[in-house]
Design a protein around this ligand. Structure first.
Ligand code: PLP
Length: 383
């Protein structure tokens, strides 16, 4: 088995599993309880908070634990909107955001907020001048992701943060894909809110975080207790959060460098050894683990199925809906060539991926694509 779908989810690091175990059957108290076991659970929670905070140069009390990246994005956007709705009514985002940002913004638009969705260039970058021009005195929030989950493009976050600060608008960034893979310093980046998730960095599912800069005007979108500074009033998933923080502490710059090298090795082998193959997204400002590829006049889902039959797991950038193909909103936004768009697959590495796995995968991919390219084009596109 070769697992190359790490942008969707990752294997939990064994050391993170080990760190979590006591919090299921030994220290299982509610961290809000004031007896000894509750205090122990609370201590573990606060240690995890400090670990996550340090990783992005934030303060521990600026970290809110949530259950998912999706929840963090919802709390950030709806929370700012709720706090400022009587003063301002304009939100800015961009076309290639994850649906947990895009659909929140679209839902708010339906309730009367004004929405500007910036377009992107062929590599997936927004135009900074266009962003600056789009900000008005009514803008309450700019939400632009750090790195794209499909094509791996890393936005010029520092520049975006600088403009938002200059214009006095809140800046939220979805850093679910870039967390631990890129150096993040929320102060240098001038970010007010940042979403992070555990299961993309070898932590468990069901744990995530939202960075909220001190002094940010944000309202809770849930009613309940006072947990997580009342912004996420639920009993915390202590075991999951402990595993999240442990996974973060195990992820280092050296591992990213190795992933970068492996990614570049795979990309140049594929592009030079396979006919009619293209890389989507930016070549230079790209996530260390992302390779988004398109093959001319082929079908990504068929490629995926052939690879799956050989025990290789990747993902596609298109969906086959009752006989027709729907390209992802990201591929549409970068105006990917129609001849290539249907033949898109995403390969995403992890810090556990080896060169041997990558070379084996490429050998199978080469054979698969070669066999598919020999089929009469009129018979290739069957769902
Ligand atoms: N944002 C981005 C960029 C993502 O890639 C994902 C998940 O794929 C999410 C948000 C949602 O995160 P979660 O799966 O933790 O809800």
């Amino acid at each position: 088995m070769i697992y190359l779908d790490n942008a969707a989810s990752t294997k939990v690091d064994n050391k993170a599993i080990k760190a979590m175990l006591p919090y299921f059957d030994k220290v299982y108290a509610n961290p809000a309880s004031i007896h000894d076991m509750g205090v122990k659970a609370k201590k573990a929670l606060e240690y995890a908070r400090t670990t996550i905070a340090k990783r992005i140069n934030a303060e521990p009390d600026e970290i809110i634990f949530t259950s998912s990246g999706t929840e963090s994005n919802n709390i950030a956007i709806k929370g700012i909107v709720k706090a400022l709705k009587n003063k301002k009514n304009h939100i800015i985002t961009q076309e290639t955001e994850h649906v947990s940002v895009l659909n929140v913004c679209k839902a708010l638009e339906k309730t009367g907020f004004k929405l500007t969705t910036l377009d992107v260039d062929k590599h997936g970058f927004i135009n900074i001048n266009q962003l600056e021009r789009a900000i008005t005195k009514n803008t309450l929030l700019v939400s632009i992701m750090h790195a794209n989950n499909e094509i791996g493009t890393i936005q010029h976050i520092k520049e975006i943060g600088r403009i938002c600060k200059k214009k006095g608008v809140y800046f939220h960034t979805d850093a679910v894909q870039s967390f631990c893979k890129e150096d993040i310093d929320v102060k240098k980046m001038n970010v007010d809110l940042m979403s992070l998730s555990s299961h993309k960095v070898h932590g468990p599912k069901g744990a995530a975080a939202l960075y909220v800069k001190r002094g940010t005007k944000i309202s809770s979108i849930m009613n309940g207790g006072s947990q997580e500074y009342s912004l996420r009033p639920s009993t915390e998933n202590v075991a999951g959060i402990v595993g999240f923080a442990k996974a973060v502490s195990l992820f280092n710059a050296g591992q990213n460098k190795s992933m970068n090298t492996l990614r570049d090795h795979a990309t140049s082998r594929i592009l030079s050894e396979i006919k009619d193959a293209r890389l989507n997204g930016s070549r230079d400002k790209r996530l260390s683990n992302n390779i988004s590829l398109s093959f001319k006049n082929l079908n990504g889902e068929t490629i995926l199925k052939h690879l799956n039959a050989k025990g290789i797991y990747v993902s596609t950038g298109t969906a086959c809906l009752t006989g027709s193909y729907e390209a992802s909103h990201v591929l549409n936004a970068i105006k990917a060539d129609p001849a290539y768009i249907k033949g898109t697959i995403r390969i995403s590495l992890s810090r556990f991926t080896t060169k041997e796995e990558i070379n084996n995968f490429i050998d199978v991919l080469k054979e698969t694509i070669y066999n598919m390219q020999r089929i009469d084009p009129s018979k290739r596109f069957m769902c």
